[in-house]
Design a protein around this ligand. Sequence first.
Ligand code: GDP
Ligand code: ZN
Length: 430
Amino acid sequence: MRAGDTIMALSSGALPAGVAVIRLSGPLVRTALTFVAGSLPKPRHLALRAIGASRQLDQGLVAFFPAPHSFTGEDCAELQVHGSPAGVKAILAELRTQGLRLAEAGEFTRRAFENGKLDLVEIEGLGDLLGADTEKQRQQALARYDGRLTAEIDIWRDTLLDLRAEIEARLDFSDEGDVSEDLPEHWQVQLADLELAIASAMASVESGRIVREGIRVALAGAPNVGKSSLINALAKSDIAIVSDEAGTTRDVREVPLDIGGQLFLLLDLAGLRATESRAEAEGIRRAEQAIASADVVLWLRAPDVPDVPRPTTNGRLLVVGTKADLGPVDGQDLSVSTQASQGLDTLVKTLGTLGESLAGAEPALVSHERDRAALANALDALAETRNALGDWELAAESLRLASAALERLIGRLDAERVLDRLFASFCIGK
Ligand code: GDP
Ligand code: ZN
């Protein structure tokens, strides 16, 4: 990135469109906006302007956001013009004559990071928000973008500084006898409270993951119990292959479903049975893996198909009797018939309730693997501090490590690698 130059982008998506939003950021924004819109509008107010310097190209609304109170922290502007491919092209060409260049993916957000407007955790929240498909994902992403985790981390970092100050004082003055060797009584309490706070934030990582990635629901059982038919009926479309021939579903197929604002991934697995076929055996091996790691297993049994041994799972288990039009099966928690359209609403409702309990009522504070790893490092370092009391060098060093883990999480340390990967998934103009 060439810092300090002025960037522009069509931020509103593909043309033609009702409205196109052109975004600018950098030191040349004032002169460039004056050039194409006649004069600078009052800061943070929309003004209707003829757009075009030598000839009128369009008319539209322009807004100017002077530094530092802008998204990037630099001078920024937005032009809302008609979403015409030719019009936008002509406006960008005029802006280019003023020394502006097209932005790279995520470059506006990168500038916001570099100017301290957003930290790494908040940028990840923004990325999640842009990619949110379900209501739960939107809530969780917005909470992160809004700085809920950042605010917690700030408190923890302050506490770490307090704790360190006491230790560092003992390092500096222990020879001179100015500081009593014993730590003040509240120090231990503060350390314990901090460990507790971080540990309880980490407890939400599972629900956070489930909201971001979806609840994995394995539909499993013997061949021909009706897995594909049930997935099709649930998705109300022909996504999975339905066939009379046993053993068609060899790959693990994922069907995404939004139930009550929560993402579910229904896994249509190979039917389990003894087989001579190498390909089918591979499908069965994958099915067993998927069952083991699923959040929920729907174990399907049909009246016209002998049951098979059920593999173990860490997920919640529901026994679903299929083909209820043919009769019940032993031990069913629920029964459905895709042919007679029975029991599907109850099954969806049951999944929805399960989803609410797995995802939690409140947006999770911690939802990325990166969060979990950083907080685990911080906790390890704090445990080391506890063991090192008396050895002030070591205690100070482990407290520094705990701080570094939190700094890394918000991007104060080693942010480049994470940012590069993150912005690869951002769109131009964000
Ligand atoms: P899978 O191998 O477990 O995926 O099973 P399929 O969904 O391919 O279904 C196997 C057979 O059972 C097909 O012939 C379906 O038509 C039939 N089938 C599926 N659902 C029902 C049902 O609700 N009632 C009846 N009577 N037959 C069903
Ligand atoms: Zn199938």
